[in-house]
Design a binder for this molecule. Structure first.
Ligand code: FAD
Length: 475
């Protein structure tokens, strides 16, 4: 029997549960990926992200070629494309892995129903999470809305081993290949051909091999100091695996297995503790995915009542200055320029700029959330929305109001001004103390061609607190 595997956010052949199940069902597995216009035509797609995705698809095609298989590409809405291809190939069954996003739900239901109508079996499973949303619930059977009890439950559960890698598959006959072509399969286009231009290097090369090598490298070194180093944007003490996780270029069970090995090899409790902290970040990823799965309304707006109808000012000049890294606050501008130039931003800086946009500039977090999606090569609805709602104090986080002071953040996490100087070379000669405090006199700013602060943090944070209190009274 021929069976079809539909790749979505799992661009790999190793440790892929749905694919392993398809292979178990039949040696003749054919795979497909849809360039979905419902996603690619949206106005929040980052060229860097498409570039990483296309590169990973190219590498996936090579991987299939190595095991005798085939990855077809469709330039079509999966609701029509997947059933048509399955029918043209005479597939007996279609396999795919679930996703948590609201659009994915709707799309998958439609695909399943079309396949059922065509009398083609459908088998699905959870692959992108270590624990499915149904597995992690509170004692009363409700989904968690707070991270700490989620972590407690999640970390206490045993984790599955990586799924078996795909080793060999049966090739297609010429007739089957011709049928696939008649169902609209195309050669994989480049990102440029799809209209997305990104020429800068990415923080991680596309494809399974690069992701696996990065994981090995991280687990053999940086993970041992992760707890402290992860907070310093100049140090790059984190794994840089976010885009690989977003597109499933590496499996989460493989990630977990690597942490188990690293723990076994570690000689000190200190190292074990550092590994545990990294695991907590993996759990944050899962927490936000579970949250989006159970509360799809998170994608639309604030979770907390007090911020649902907040009177955001949305000053366009401020917003543009923020996007361009021209607010006059060095740590904020350095971070925005890092994202604009690399498609990635350090987590500490994501929190700083998100707090600045919402609390200092009084701009609706959804504008920032969208701008991040337009730039980040790891841009992911659940993590990005979770991060923005956390920083806005509009999400599930129990802490009522959180305002970051850019100067104190820079002092603590970029004490030598190394990160700021990297991304704002025009300020490299400014004395470190003044640089991190953002206390640069007007003449010096003029000489460097660097803007004056567009707002005063002290004034704005006072104002935001007042607005917040007022809002609390009326909601
Ligand atoms: P590491 O520190 O090595 O962490 C390992 C993995 O854990 C990451 O790759 C990621 O998959 C996951 N992870 C780590 N921290 C978080 C977190 N706070 N929330 C969810 N998952 C996490 N992450 C994205 O993957 N996509 C986004 O679009 C995104 N947007 C964000 C927006 C804001 C405002 C904030 C505050 C955070 C956002 N994050 C996002 C989370 C975090 O900043 C990135 O995952 C992290 O910086 C990626 O670098 P890394 O792979 O080196 O992470």
């Amino acid at each position: 029997d021929l069976v079809l595997f539909w790749h979505r956010r799992d661009l790999r052949i190793s440790d892929n549960l749905g694919l392993a199940m398809a292979r178990q069902r039949s040696p003749k597995v054919v795979s497909v990926f849809c360039l979905d216009p419902n996603i690619l035509d949206r106005d929040d797609v980052a060229p860097a992200r498409v570039t990483y995705m296309i590169g990973s698809l190219r590498s996936l095609q090579d991987r299939y070629a190595q095991v005798g298989g085939q990855l077809f590409i469709l330039n079509a809405d999966p609701r029509q494309g997947v059933p048509q291809l399955a029918t043209a190939l005479g597939a007996k069954a279609v396999f795919f892995n679930w996703d948590v996003e609201p659009y994915a739900h709707e799309r998958d239901r439609a695909v399943i129903s079309a396949l059922n109508d065509a009398k083609i079996e459908v088998t699905t499973c959870w692959d992108q999470l270590l624990h499915s949303p149904e597995e992690i619930q509170s004692g009363s059977g409700a989904p968690y809305t707070v991270y700490s009890p989620f972590w407690k439950n999640w970390s206490s559960k045993s984790k599955a081993e990586p799924a078996p890698d795909l080793k060999t598959v049966e090739g297609l006959s010429d007739r089957e290949l011709a049928e696939a072509q008649s169902a609209g399969t195309i050669a994989l286009p480049t990102a440029k051909e799809l209209g997305f231009v990104w020429d800068n290097p990415l923080m991680l090369d596309p494809g399974e091999q690069a992701a696996q090598e990065r994981l090995d490298e991280f687990c053999s070194r940086a993970i041992a100091n992760y707890r402290d180093q992860r907070n310093y944007p100049a140090q790059l003490g984190t794994s840089l695996l976010s885009a690989a996780l977003k597109f499933g270029v590496i499996g989460v069970r493989t990630l977990w297995a690597a942490t188990v090995d690293a723990t076994k090899q570690s000689r000190s409790d200190e190292t074990k503790e550092n590994i545990r902290v990294w695991r907590q970040e993996i759990a944050w990823r899962e927490f936000y995915q579970h949250a989006l799965y159970f509360f799809p309304e998170l994608a639309e707006g604030a979770y907390r009542k007090v911020l649902k109808t907040f009177p955001w000012e949305n000053n366009e000049t401020y917003f543009q200055a923020w996007c361009d890294g021209k607010t006059g606050y060095p740590i904020v501008d350095a971070a925005m320029r890092q994202m604009n130039e690399t498609g990635w931003m350090h987590n500490r800086c994501r929190m700083i700029v998100a707090s600045f946009l919402t609390k200092d500039l009084v701009v609706d977090y959804r504008l920032g959330e969208k701008y991040f999606m337009q730039r980040l090569y790891d841009g992911d609805l659940s993590a990005n929305n979770g991060g923005w709602q956390w920083s806005t104090s509009s999400g599930m986080d129990p802490k009522p109001l959180r305002i970051f002071n850019p100067a104190s953040q820079a002092k603590k996490f970029d004490p030598d001004g190394e990160y700021i100087r990297e991304w704002l070379p025009e300020l490299r000669r400014v004395e470190t103390e003044h640089l991190i405090a953002g206390k640069i006199d007007d003449d010096e700013r003029d000489r460097a061609g660097y803007p004056k602060p567009i707002i005063d943090h002290v004034v704005q944070q006072r104002k935001f607190k007042e607005m917040y209190q007022q809002q609390k009274q009326i909601t």
